[in-house]
Write a protein that binds this ligand. Structure first.
Ligand code: DGY
Length: 318
């Protein structure tokens, strides 16, 4: 029987699966934890299940000399020091696939909300200002025939691309090294061309040294005037202060952001703008996806503790 530390209550059958064979302790209270809280909670564990709001660095690993796996309950894993985990022979796993469609749906919810002024129109009506149908009331931007640019053509980027084609958009994406059967209509381009060509630019890349600040001020200004920027990936991919300046200049048509550079803080310059739709990182927030994420995180942990290969490997352990 191993000792598993979990940083939050998990939905669905995950905890039951773990408790069937192991000792499990579950942290209660807020899920946004400081590194020392994660380290204190995990101390002595053989396995840790973490959320993306839990920084897992060397100090956590130091407190768990027997740690065999960090099972992140998220597709992203930028909250984990993967280099340090690899150095110590600790497995790192994530939960891809099960949240792909939910996250792609949310990216599209943002695209439609921002291009069709849904929030503004709702507020207008709720304020009693709807006096009858008008030809030019709340006119938005049509999408058909426009270019949808996708940065990061992985699972979620492709799911967003499929929806884009169904909406009659022309899809462009950044190059990918993996096979891409079924996307013959997609045009691949470098980031500069993509940024400069897109009417809607949607971000789906992981956060790493290459993508941090990828959308810096120059690139934001290279976007088409009136274009829309959607981010359901990670906040630090965009230079937020630069984005505020670009929005202030009226260069962009609008933004739809589900993620922020310093969550839960939001750059004050983004708040209160009619053309900025801001969400509290809910890309994968369907009951189904969250339950499957937790279950996959549990299955990854159970596999490693049983001496097997986990289903979704980020870092191979010993
Ligand atoms: C992830 O999984 O990385 C998302 O940001 C949250 O589901």
């Amino acid at each position: 029987m191993s000792n598993i530390a979990v940083t939050a209550q998990l939905p669905g059958p995950a905890l039951e699966l773990l408790r069937a064979c192991h000792e499990v302790r579950v942290h209660s209270g807020p899920t946004m934890l400081e590194p020392e809280v994660v380290a204190g909670w995990a101390a002595g564990a053989d396995a840790l299940i973490s959320l993306l709001a839990n920084p897992v660095g060397a100090e956590v690993m130091e407190r768990c000399p027997a740690l065999r796996i960090i099972g992140n309950c998220a597709a992203g894993f930028d909250n984990i020091d993967c280099v340090e985990a690899g150095r110590r022979g600790i497995w790192v796993t994530n939960t891809p696939d099960v949240l792909t469609e939910a996250t792609a749906d949310l990216a599209w919810a943002l695209i439609l909300t921002v291009t069709r002024k849904i929030i503004e129109a709702d507020a207008f009506l709720q304020a009693g200002r709807f006096k009858g149908w008008e030809l030019d009331l709340m006119t938005g931007s049509g999408l058909q025939g426009r270019i949808l640019g996708i940065v990061g053509f992985g699972r979620i980027g492709r799911a967003v691309a499929r929806r884009g084609s169904a909406f009659g958009m022309k899809v462009m994406a950044t190059h990918t090294s993996k096979a891409i059967n079924g996307f013959e209509d997609v045009t691949f381009a470098d980031i500069e061309t993509l940024v400069a060509s897109s009417d809607v630019l949607s971000l789906h890349c992981p956060l790493n040294d290459e993508t941090r600040g990828l959308l810096h001020e120059n690139r934001l200004r290279q976007m088409r005037r009136g274009a829309f920027l959607i981010n359901t990936a990670r906040g630090p991919v965009i230079d937020e202060a630069a984005l505020v300046r670009v929005l202030e200049d009226g260069h962009l048509g609008g933004v739809g952001l589900d993620v922020f550079a310093q969550e839960p803080a939001v750059h004050p310059g983004l708040l209160g703008r009619e053309n900025a739709v801001l969400l509290p990182h809910i890309g994968s927030a369907t009951r189904e996806a969250r339950s499957e994420m937790a279950e996959l995180a549990a299955r990854n942990v159970l596999a490693v503790l049983a001496g097997d290969e986990p289903p979704s490997i980020v870092v191979r352990g010993r």
